[in-house]
Each structure stands twice: as structure tokens, then as C-alpha cells.
Design a protein around this ligand. Structure first.
Ligand SMILES: [Zn+2]
Length: 274
């Protein structure tokens, strides 16, 4: 009886949020989200990104022009290939407001990420593991895939669902209520290390790997090089006191590499070489 009441309350709260369904390019996975507007999220991310890059106390844009140009060139190549693919396959609407940016951050941290709407950051610390253009394209293709698949929207929606259910339980038991807007504000207020760079689920990681391989291939980078990158990444964590930050959100093990091996033939269809 109590359970039914709680579920009823939760359903009522969910109903006032907006629902939307989208399809992830290349994998065809259907994603239902609600209460999270992708355009709002992209705008918030863009603000967070420029704040992050302009605040010397947080992150410093690299002064190494050669490496910076390499990051921007590879990013632009993948962006062009992905945009062409999206437009040709009926997904153009999904990325029409994306404002891609590719920056190299001066930091020993082994890390890279992409905020909603196409704001990519690569840290100088990861370059020793990416090694060459194809290695860097592996990382950037993967991060770009997170943005294309709108994984942040999905994660924020999942968090909202959990919070709404929690609120419904709280409302039922304590009589207090919290508006949906307050919860959304709370989610949006988490900031760059929270909402925008949420640890992805394993499902999203594998999806980004699969899509990233095809994206790098479309841009003319041989996706077979991804295996070497993930092997070097795995090796970097072995015997290390402080494993690369990238690994905390991108656990690398044999099953991940095995899945990449299985995804390669599909990605190779897009590879025509340079
Ligand atoms: Zn990832």
C-alpha cells in the first residue's frame, strides 16, 4: 500500500517533466530522457568550459603551439567527418547547435574529456600515451562520441529520475516537498567536475569506444591503432602509485580491448586511408 503511494507520487512528479526520445548514431540505441533539455545543457557547458579555460587558478591552455595545433587539426578533421556523417544520415538536427572547440591544457594529468555541445579538452599529460596522431585520434574520437551520443543528457536524466524518486519517498514520509526546478538547478550546479564530466557508465564507455573507432576511421585515421593506445594506457596504470586520472572514468582491461577488437571490422568499413 505504501509502495503504491510512493510510486504514484513519483509518477506524478515525472509527468511534469518533459520527455524526449533519441537514437544514438551508429549503434541505433534508443534513449529516453526527461527533464533535461539538451540545448540548456550545451549552453551551461559552453559557459563552464570558457570559465575553466580563462581561470588561471584552474586550467591553463598550453603554450606549446606545435602540440596545440595538432590537437586542433585532429579535432577539426574528426569534426568534419562526423558532421558529414550526421548530416547524411538524418542526424543533422541533433548537432546543429554544437560549437566545437579543441584545446590543449597544460597539465601532467593523464586526462581528456568532452563537454556537451562539443567542448573538448586534451591534457598534455596524456600525449606521452597517445604518442602519435592515430593515438590522439583514438582519444578524441572517443570523447567526441560521448558528445554525439549525448551521454551527459542521459546521465543527468538518470540522476534526475533517482532524485525524483528519492524526493517522492521523502515527500511521502516527511511531508516536505521540493520542486522539480530545484532538483534541476542542483544537477546543473554541480559544475565542470560533476555534471559535465560525469563518470560514464560501462555501457556508455563501450558505446563511445565503438563510435569513436568509426569516427576516427571516417577522418582518415586507421582505427587499428586504437588497440595500441588502450594497451599503453593499461600499461601506464600497472605498478603505478597514482593511476592516470583518465582510467578512473575509462577503466581499461582485457575485456575492453577485446570488445574494441570485435568492433574493428565495422569501423574499418569507414577507413579509406589518407
Ligand atoms: Zn569515455
Amino acid at each position: 500500500m505504501k509502495k503504491i503511494m510512493i510510486i504514484g507520487l513519483a509518477t506524478g512528479l515525472l509527468a511534469i517533466s518533459s520527455c524526449s526520445t533519441s537514437v544514438v548514431p551508429l549503434t541505433g540505441r534508443k534513449v529516453s530522457t526527461f527533464g533535461v533539455n539538451a540545448a540548456d545543457l550545451e549552453q551551461q557547458a559552453a559557459q563552464g568550459y570558457s570559465q575553466l579555460l580563462s581561470d588561471p587558478k584552474t586550467k591553463v591552455v598550453s603554450s606549446n603551439s606545435t602540440e596545440t595545433q595538432r590537437v586542433k587539426r585532429i579535432g577539426a578533421n574528426i569534426q568534419a567527418a562526423v558532421t558529414q556523417y550526421m548530416n547524411a544520415n538524418g542526424y543533422g538536427e541533433q548537432i546543429k547547435n554544437y560549437k566545437w572547440e579543441f584545446n590543449l591544457i597544460e597539465s601532467p594529468e593523464v586526462n581528456a574529456w568532452c563537454m556537451p555541445g562539443g567542448k573538448v579538452a586534451v591534457y598534455t599529460g596524456i600525449l606521452k600515451i597517445t604518442k602519435d596522431d592515430a593515438g590522439l585520434a583514438t582519444v578524441m574520437g572517443h570523447e567526441i562520441a560521448h558528445a554525439i551520443a549525448q551521454h551527459s543528457v542521459e546521465r543527468a536524466s538518470d540522476m534526475l529520475k533517482a532524485q525524483l524518486l528519492g524526493t517522492a519517498v521523502g515527500t511521502a514520509t516527511s511531508g516536505k516537498s521540493e520542486s522539480t526546478q530545484a532538483i534541476v538547478n542542483q544537477l546543473y550546479g554541480v559544475g565542470a567536475q560533476g555534471l559535465y564530466v560525469l563518470p560514464n557508465s560501462r555501457k556508455q564507455e563501450l558505446e563511445a569506444d565503438k563510435m569513436g573507432l568509426s569516427f576516427m576511421a571516417m577522418a582518415g585515421y586507421n582505427p587499428q591503432n586504437a588497440i595500441g593506445f588502450w594497451q599503453r594506457m593499461a600499461a601506464a596504470s600497472e605498478g603505478s602509485q597514482k593511476p592516470p586520472v583518465f582510467l578512473s572514468t575509462h577503466p581499461t582491461d582485457e575485456s575492453r580491448i577485446a570488445q574494441i577488437q570485435r568492433d574493428l571490422p565495422e569501423a574499418m568499413k569507414y577507413y579509406k586511408g589518407k
